[in-house]
Ligand binder design. Structure first.
Ligand SMILES: *Cc1c(COP(=O)(O)O)cnc(C)c1O
Length: 369
């Protein structure tokens, strides 16, 4: 029988994720599967936890990787922190803020939102004014809005919330591993990320972290967490303590991949990794502007790892991306929502964020345009 896997090409993934996987991560994932209670495997889990704490700048005990993609992390945070009738404020300037609203609404929370034009950042004055009007159990924001390429002011929002009783939830799916994420310094109470963006793993795990205050808020719930699979206390009993207890079978080989990716990050060093994202971004922006293209987001709030560029007049969105994929073996992303057909999203995430890849993409774009 023909094996379709033989036809898989090596595609340079420069879209909004998944990102280009590091070869060492593939190698790690092909190691022998161990049992989920195997003591050697538990040692690897303990190391993953320590490495995640370092990456996130936190001493939060409840730091682990949830089985599932970034959306599982988003759902884990909301499903554990919210009960019906709880007040949540969601700061929205793109697709992923809308997703948080959808999940919070399904959970029966009382949802307030502040919306900002897509392509522009969350504005602090508006948030401060809202917080003066009303108190919230939870305030949620996306750090790196992958749908637009906007860098939201995560530290500044944290500073605004200090001294208030609101818990601070931050989506760090695209930011973690590409720019600074300072959980303890910013006063973040709950954070989720994903393995397949700047960490250069395949999709499948969602690193999360909960502060002591968040853990207490969960313990004080009046109702049970409505999801069994995503109940963070139950998952935590497998990730910590002397006696580990079964909750669900860990996706063992995904853990190997994440572990390897975290080691690669630490070996290269945080400053070097962030500088590599920045220099790739600057080279890309110069090259795009050289081709006469224009970025969507103003320079001061651009993300290095997600570059939203306006599709030039006369160029067909789908056809352009399709030529990149078929002829040049490069994937970039389409625009979403109101930006569909208007922008392309070029990712420089993790292993893809190297100057040689930027050169390859720019050469290909010259051909396509
Ligand atoms: C990709 C992404 C998600 C969702 O992650 P999935 O892996 O697609 O489930 C959530 N938030 C942001 C900001 C993202 O970029």
């Amino acid at each position: 029988m023909k094996n379709l896997l033989d036809g898989i090409e090596d595609v340079l993934l420069m879209g909004p994720g998944p990102s280009y996987v590091h070869p060492e991560v593939y190698r790690a994932m092909s190691r022998s599967t161990l049992g989920y209670m195997d003591s050697y495997f538990i040692r690897i889990m303990d190391e993953i936890k320590t490495l995640l704490q370092r990456l996130m700048n936190t001493s939060n005990e409840r730091t682990l990787a949830v089985s599932g993609t970034g959306m599982a992390g988003m759902e884990t945070c909301l499903v554990n922190l919210l009960e019906p009738g709880d007040d949540i404020l969601i700061l929205i300037n793109g697709v992923f803020g809308l997703r948080m609203r959808e999940i919070a609404t399904r959970l029966g929370a009382k949802v307030d939102v502040l919306e900002f034009e897509w392509g522009t950042p969350v504005r602090l004055e508006a948030v401060a004014a809202k917080l003066n009007e009303k108190s919230y159990k939870l305030v949620a924001m996306v750090h790196a809005e992958t749908s637009t390429g906007v860098h939201n002011p995560a530290g500044e929002i944290g500073a605004l919330l200090k001294g208030s009783s609101a818990l601070y939830l931050l989506d760090a799916v695209t930011s973690l591993g590409g720019i600074e994420v300072d959980v303890d310094g910013w006063g973040v109470d709950a954070l989720y990320s994903g393995s397949q963006k700047c960490l250069s793993c395949p999709p499948g795990l969602s690193p999360v972290s909960f502060s002591q205050t968040a853990v207490k808020a969960i313990a004080a719930r009046k109702t049970k967490v409505p999801s069994f699979y995503l109940d963070i206390d139950l998952i935590g009993k497998y990730w910590g303590g002397d006696k580990r207890s079964y909750h669900h079978t860990a996706p063992i080989n995904m853990f190997y991949g994440l572990y390897q990716a975290l080691l690669l990050f630490m070996e290269e060093g945080k400053e070097a990794v962030f500088a590599r994202h920045q220099s790739g971004h600057r080279k890309l922006v110069d090259g795009l502007e050289g081709l006469g293209m224009e970025l969507l987001v103003e320079e001061s709030t651009r993300l290095p790892m997600l570059n939203a560029v306006k599709i030039p007049e006369g160029v067909e969105d789908a056809a352009g991306r399709s030529t990149l994929r078929s002829k040049h073996k490069i994937e970039i992303g389409a625009g979403l929502g109101p930006l569909a057909g208007k922008i392309w999203r070029i990712g420089l995430m993790g292993y893809a964020a190297r100057e040689e890849n930027v050169d390859r993409l720019l050469t290909a774009l010259r051909d396509v345009l």
